[in-house]
Design a protein around this ligand. Structure first.
Ligand code: NAD
Ligand code: UDX
Length: 461
């Protein structure tokens, strides 16, 4: 198929964790559309065009290979691609602003603004611009103002289409989404643009899963969805603390409350705290917005979700310290898992970063193991001058260790030979199962002192 025979040209600006996989799924599901993904990073684009993709996501590579060069293209020729596009998805990063007004909470919108200006400068025909990045509510207003400034006669219609996929299950989430949300203006041109986007999703998403709203509801729903999910994790983590001192068991409590269909069973797993590039950033963005509109009690409520999470990571470290006789100086700890969750190599805002830094501060020697995240772990801990090694093989990581800190629940950790591991370790041997992932009774019977989350310890001491 030549480019002339494609129904429409789709462009995505930003070839990251969202842009790459979402566009791959669209290209796979819509062979009659040409999909191009561009980025300012030559390195990222080269990786998308190679056999070693820049991100690991189950099912992604096969799908990239089946569409790349046919109707899926990765490029750094941003200006030319903007000019040729009918629909432009904006999927650039929107990190927390770390300077000036709103530092530490507001979204840093510089990449969005740069993108908007570039779209304006290179557009000679009308275009639909889709917010795929997560943005503060009413961001579309600013985007429209930038795009229509000056004396350009080109018309841009802005849609909000936030992405709800989670890493590790990204392909499944996109191919079989709970819902697709599209926000648009309720004007004839807004509704027409919305229908163009609906047409794309209708290639594979059932009609009853496509929701349309006004622009502001759509933008806000994305922040609220992440805030509600994170709030459940912080809620169960507070209950885990109470379980540890009362001999209640947080897994039993989660099950008992989760069977109430009004509560539901998902996102009730206690752990060392949530991580990932979205939850903290999006809640802080919500907090900032509430403060901006002087809704201070609302802001304080949501900010607490983040404070509880910070305390949870620290509580995990304290539990290790207290169990190991209040000193970690010179003790070897094998860290099982560094990614912020399994099935991804992503370590952005991973609890492991905070936890490992604190353990190093206590002068422990760390041997970190993870099947996909060691490259990122090295970068995250590059400041640590000594006391940390990165080892692929978990059996090698536990050699002479006093304890194991399991931070990410990779399924491979369930299947290890823990008798063999116990034999390689110093005694008394400790396991701090931050995810309640392992068989605690079996470990205890081998001889380990087992410290789960939200349950009493099983200790021989
Ligand atoms: P990312 O950092 O992985 O990717 C963003 C990409 O945009 C980078 O490759 C960067 O080089 C590129 N970029 C920045 N400025 C650019 C510009 N001016 N022109 C061209 N390229 C530019 O980020 P991500 O994880 O893909 O997230 C993107 C957006 O999606 C964020 O708003 C995020 O909140 C949201 N989101 C992320 C997830 C997730 O799981 N990661 C899920 C839902 C929504
Ligand atoms: C999240 C949202 O789920 C997704 O909809 C949005 O688009 C992006 O942000 P993601 O961060 O990729 O996705 O993964 P998620 O599965 O939500 O996990 C986030 C963190 O919460 C991880 O660190 C995970 O370990 C933790 N978590 C999750 C818990 O501690 N307990 C749980 O019960 C669930």
């Amino acid at each position: 198929m030549t480019s002339k025979t494609f129904k429409k040209n789709i462009l995505c600006i930003g070839a990251g964790y969202v842009g790459g996989p979402t566009m791959t799924v669209i290209a796979n599901k819509c062979p009659n559309y040409k999909v191009t993904v561009v980025d300012i990073s030559q390195e990222r684009i080269d990786a998308w065009n190679s056999d070693r993709l820049p991100i690991f996501e189950p099912g992604l590579k096969e799908r990239v290979l089946s569409a790349r060069g046919k109707n899926l293209f990765f490029s750094t020729e941003i200006d030319r691609c903007i000019d040729e596009a009918d629909i432009i998805f904006v999927s650039v990063n929107t990190p927390t602003k770390m300077f000036g007004e709103g530092a530490g909470k507001a979204v840093d919108l510089q990449f969005i603004e740069q993108t908007a200006r570039r779209i304006k400068e290179n557009s000679k025909s009308n275009k639909i611009v889709v917010e795929k990045s997560t943005l503060p509510v009413r961001a579309a207003e600013a985007l429209a103002t930038i795009l229509h400034s000056g004396n350009n006669s080109v018309k841009f219609e802005i849609l909000s289409n936030p992405e709800f996929m989670a890493e590790g299950t990204g392909i499944r989430d996109m191919e079989s989404p709970d819902r697709i949300l599209i926000g648009s203006k309720d004007t004839p041109s807004g509704v027409a643009a919305r229908d163009v986007l609906l047409d794309i999703y209708l290639h594979w998403v059932p009609k009853d899963r496509l929701i349309t709203t006004n622009l502001w509801s759509s933008e806000l729903s994305k922040l609220v969805a992440n805030a509600f999910l994170a709030q459940r994790i912080s809620s169960i983590n507070t209950i885990a603390s109470l379980c540890e001192v009362t001999e209640a068991d947080v897994t039993e409590v989660s099950r008992a409350i989760g069977m109430d269909s009004r509560i539901g069973s998902k996102f009730l797993n206690a752990g060392p705290g949530f991580g990932g590039s979205c939850f903290r950033k999006d809640i802080l963005n919500l907090v900032y917005l509430c403060e901006y509109y002087q809704l201070n009690d609302v802001a304080a409520f949501w900010e607490q979700v983040v404070s509880v999470n910070d305390n949870q990571m620290e509580r995990y470290v304290r539990r290790i310290l207290q169990a190991m006789f209040n000193t970690l100086v010179g003790k070897k700890l094998a860290v099982f898992g560094f990614a912020f969750k399994p099935d991804t190599g992503d370590t952005r805002d991973a609890p492991a970063i905070y936890i490992c830094k604190r353990l190093l501060e206590e002068k422990a020697d760390l041997k970190i193991t993870d099947p996909y995240a060691l490259d990122n772990a090295r970068k995250d801990l590059h400041d640590a001058e000594e006391g940390v090694e990165f080892i692929e093989d978990p059996y090698q990581a536990v050699e002479g260790a006093h304890g194991i800190a399991l931070i990410t629940e990779w399924s491979l950790y369930k299947d290890l030979d823990y008798q063999k591991i116990f034999d390689k370790m110093e005694k008394p041997a400790f396991i701090f199962d931050g995810r309640n992932h392992l068989d605690h009774q079996a470990l205890y019977e081998i001889g380990f002192n087992v410290y789960p989350v939200g349950k009493p310890a099983l200790s021989h001491l």
